[in-house]
Design a protein around this ligand. Structure first.
Ligand SMILES: O=C(O)COP(=O)(O)O
Ligand SMILES: [Mg+2]
Length: 218
């Protein structure tokens, strides 16, 4: 049986519309132009502070405002959840993998409080035995530390990391862990240019893909 760790934003859930709502509520308060969904997706991947830094840069909000804006962003991050949904077949895939005896975990750059809030809102917490957020450790992805900590907490067995982005591919590479790339998330680079073991576009494919890759890795 394997240890399988998932990324969150752009992998298990499509959260960009809610993140855009939060960003635009701040920009509206500041009297600035709102951001599009594409801009939002462009800013996601390295955690809340980098998101806010990129949003500020795009709308010329000075650096001295960073902590104030990040504070507002973090407060709203836990409460704006209505537009977020799991990608198709995520629930079924997690259930299937659990029944097959695999141990599942999460390693995201989203802050822990917002991570717990959205997982609970979508009833996705139960299948996950371990959860690392962007502020769980001093390091965050692409530093391999949180991913390695998640695998260590899950015990023994082969490891697989499942994610959607450049950050995830680099994290897996640096951790020395095989990477499965979900192609429908927030990646900007062609899949062929990122290190990965295999790609998939529908979570309905994942249980069979995991089985096949574990046989290759054995
Ligand atoms: O919060 C982010 O910027 C990205 O989150 P993720 O690591 O779940 O993709
Ligand atoms: Mg992601």
């Amino acid at each position: 049986m394997a240890r399988i760790v998932f990324d969150l934003d752009g992998t298990l859930i499509h959260s960009a519309p809610d993140i855009r709502t939060i960003a635009n509520s701040i920009l509206r308060d500041e009297g600035l132009h709102l951001i599009t969904l594409d801009e939002t997706i462009d800013f996601i991947g390295n955690g809340a502070s980098v998101f806010v830094a990129k949003m500020r840069a795009a709308r010329e909000i000075p650096d001295v405002e960073h902590d104030r804006i990040l504070g507002v962003f973090q407060d709203r991050y836990e409460t704006v959840l209505e537009l977020t949904a799991p990608y198709p077949n995520v629930r079924e895939a997690l259930a299937h993998l659990t029944v097959a005896g695999h141990r599942l975990g999460l390693c995201t750059n989203k802050p822990m409080r917002a991570t717990r809030a959205v997982l609970s809102h979508l009833s996705l917490t139960d299948p996950l035995d371990v959860i690392y957020g962007g502020d769980s450790l001093a390091q965050r992805k692409p530093d391999p530390a949180p991913l390695l900590a998640a695998f260590a907490d899950l015990g023994d067995g082969p490891c697989l990391y499942v994610g959607d982005s450049e950050v995830d591919a680099e994290t897996a590479d640096r951790a020395g862990v095989p990477f499965l790339l979900f192609t429908e998330g927030y990646r900007k680079t062609p899949a062929a240019d990122l290190p990965h073991l295999a790609t998939f576009s529908d979570f309905a494919e994942l249980p069979k893909l995991v089985q096949a890759q574990l046989e290759v890795l054995a």
